[in-house]
Design a protein around this ligand. Structure first.
Ligand code: PGA
Length: 260
């Protein structure tokens, strides 16, 4: 029997907004919107890296984690433009998104993503591993795509590090398109991902891995995606830049966590 896990809501700001001042405004508004919240779900934001230290300093009493949108698999040294797992940890960032489809589109491979996951685990940080098919056809090949991504990106990940793995199912066709995967498609893929994980790891451990969904999540579809889609949270792009909408999705997740 699967034990309930706390929903995990992550806002992926991508390369937005254009200025620090605008980032501060979103952050202030999110925190205002969450005043008084008891916090039945875990919340994180992934702003552009240069903004994180400033935003962290402005953090109020709500427990909201900061996550990076990417990380280097190199431990240190001559790698211009890269940021290492230990540099992130040194300013309190203990979790990174890896393998986002926008990075895969820029040439990131499953093998590179796997090295990032292992590098994060080396310093006891967590990885949000993005998987998802580019498109769907009636042959169901998208299941193979996701299975291959999972087995390649999890290669060598020890069972004791599974608590530091979150899988984000993000069908590429649903990202930024305004066309989310529907709740039954999401539920079906979640069950499939769970099965793939329990083929690799002991079922009990595999069932504790949070499987979240991303792709045009908004305040109108969030409840159904949680209830019917049965995912353990969301990776939210566009809607996370709108403080009011992001807050409203967090509250939907809190209510869901309270009553199921
Ligand atoms: P979206 O992005 O919510 O704007 O579709 C999701 C993501 O890219 O993580």
């Amino acid at each position: 029997m699967k034990k309930r896990v706390r929903p995990f809501i992550v806002g992926n700001w991508k390369m937005n907004p254009a200025t620090l001042a605008r980032a501060e405004k979103i952050w202030v508004d999110v925190q205002k919107g969450l005043v008084g919240r008891k916090g039945q779900s875990d919340v994180a934001i992934a702003p552009p890296l240069p903004f994180i230290i400033d935003l962290k300093e402005m953090a109020g009493p709500q427990k909201i984690e900061f996550v990076s949108q990417d990380v280097s698999f190199h431990p240190e040294g001559a790698h211009t433009g890269e940021v290492s797992v230990s540099q992130l940890r040194s300013f309190g960032v203990k979790c990174s998104i890896v393998g986002h489809s926008e990075r895969r589109a820029d040439g990131e491979t499953d093998q590179m993503i796997n090295r990032k996951v292992l590098a994060l685990h080396e310093v006891k940080s967590s990885a949000i591993i993005c998987v998802g098919e580019k498109s769907r056809d009636s042959t169901g090949d998208y299941f193979n795509v996701v299975e291959d991504q999972l087995s390649a990106t999890l290669a060598g990940v020890k069972v004791e590090d599974l608590s530091r793995v979150i899988i984000a199912y993000e069908p590429v066709w649903a990202i930024g398109s305004g066309k989310n995967a529907n709740a039954s498609q999401v539920e079906e893929m979640k069950l499939f991902i769970q099965k793939v994980l329990s083929d690799i790891y002991p079922r009990e451990k595999a069932s504790m891995v949070r499987i979240i969904y991303g792709g045009s999540v908004n305040e109108d579809n969030a409840e159904e995606l949680l209830k019917v889609g049965t995912v353990d949270g969301f990776l939210i792009g566009g809607a996370s830049l709108d403080a009011k909408e992001f807050v409203s999705i967090i509250k939907i997740a809190d209510d869901y966590a309270r009553f199921v």
